[in-house]
Design a protein around this ligand. Sequence first.
Ligand SMILES: Cc1cc2nc3c(=O)[nH]c(=O)nc-3n(C[C@H](O)[C@H](O)[C@H](O)COP(=O)(O)OP(=O)(O)OC[C@H]3O[C@@H](n4cnc5c(N)ncnc54)[C@H](O)[C@@H]3O)c2cc1C
Length: 395
Amino acid sequence: MQFDIVVVGAGPAGLAFAASLAGSGLRLALVEKQPEPALADPAFDGREIALTHLSMTLLRRLGAWERIPEADIAPLREAQVLNGVSSFALRFDAEGKGDGPLGVLVPNHLIRRSLYEVVQGLPEVTLLAGTTVAAVQTSASGATVELADGTKLSAQLVVAADTRFSETRRRMGIPATMQDFGKSMLVCRVAHERPHHGIATEWFGYGQTFAILPLNGDVSGAVLTLPAREMDQVMALEGAEFDADITRRYRNRLGAMRLVSTRHVYPLVGVFAQRFVATRFALVGDAAVGMHPVTAHGFNLGLRGADSLAREIRDAVERGRGVADRRALARYQTDHMRASRPLYLATNATALFYTDDRFPARVLRAAALRVGSRLAPFRRAVVERLTEAGAARDA
Ligand SMILES: Cc1cc2nc3c(=O)[nH]c(=O)nc-3n(C[C@H](O)[C@H](O)[C@H](O)COP(=O)(O)OP(=O)(O)OC[C@H]3O[C@@H](n4cnc5c(N)ncnc54)[C@H](O)[C@@H]3O)c2cc1C
């Protein structure tokens, strides 16, 4: 089977990349481990994705945005950061900049579903679902991908979007730096007695981190971070016991909480690939940069990177340089490294600093929030980063 591009992984990044090449006339194979019904109707996975204005613009352009039901899009009006036992909050809002809310929250499975719907209607894309990659080879003359069932695909370019633990990246011999935070993150939906007023809260407590993501109605995404052993104990609680535990952990701030969804636990490991490209090969999404979720940038970066790579490829093809033009891939790498490395490092530093419960760190954590709250330029810069409103206007 001959293609121009083989994409490995039909997660949100792989799908967005394929959708970005709509109308290009290129032939794409999209290889995905999960069976097609799981892509067409993905199950709720607990992730409520905070989308920036730029991401909304890109999803609109791909034709995915209008496929997400309005009732499932929740505005993020304000964000606040709390530390330890203090009631002091560092607040971020859009400060009447006219760009609307800071961003919106959309469940991950609906982003996946909407992107799948776009991609499955594209004549360029052949979906090969329910299979994995057994071997990948690229050279100056071409690329081949062998699937687990023995099918051989030949292509000009291979793009891997197969999670932060990318097997394809490993097969290609691209090293990645990993930061294992030694903790697990529980995500689920809770209904609560008191309103959240559209405010997202990140509370760096002692011994745990608890975030509340405001959804429509008196419902929030609850995000609890704990050492893995403690997480096992929380997950062993059922029904009223779990509700009581989660209410107590959040200090009753929103009144009694009640679980209204399935629960999902993710290991916290940050990953940054040393290179994003090789001969006839590129990494996108988490396979390139797997972010700690605390700053809610993973998919936003993945979408931006997929768009950047697709634009470079279109440009190279138009100039007659081919799909796997070395200079085009190098430009993608430079652009995406520039956009993602500072965020990746700052996110890891924040996650480590605000989970360090030793006494000196506790003092510094509190001081940093108070200093931050007095620095208007700092808060404006964070809001710009959170919203990407400026980038959305330029896009
Ligand atoms: C709890 C949590 C909260 C988050 N919140 C946010 C947020 O608020 N904002 C934000 O921007 N980001 C957020 N993220 C990050 C975001 O979910 C990821 O960045 C995004 O899902 C990455 O998409 P991806 O397509 O690169 O990878 P994935 O979603 O991991 O998808 C990879 C796909 O590849 C397939 N696959 C794997 N191996 C193979 C193989 N060998 N062959 C074929 N297919 C394969 C998988 O089945 C899967 O479909 C959050 C993440 C977590 C865990």
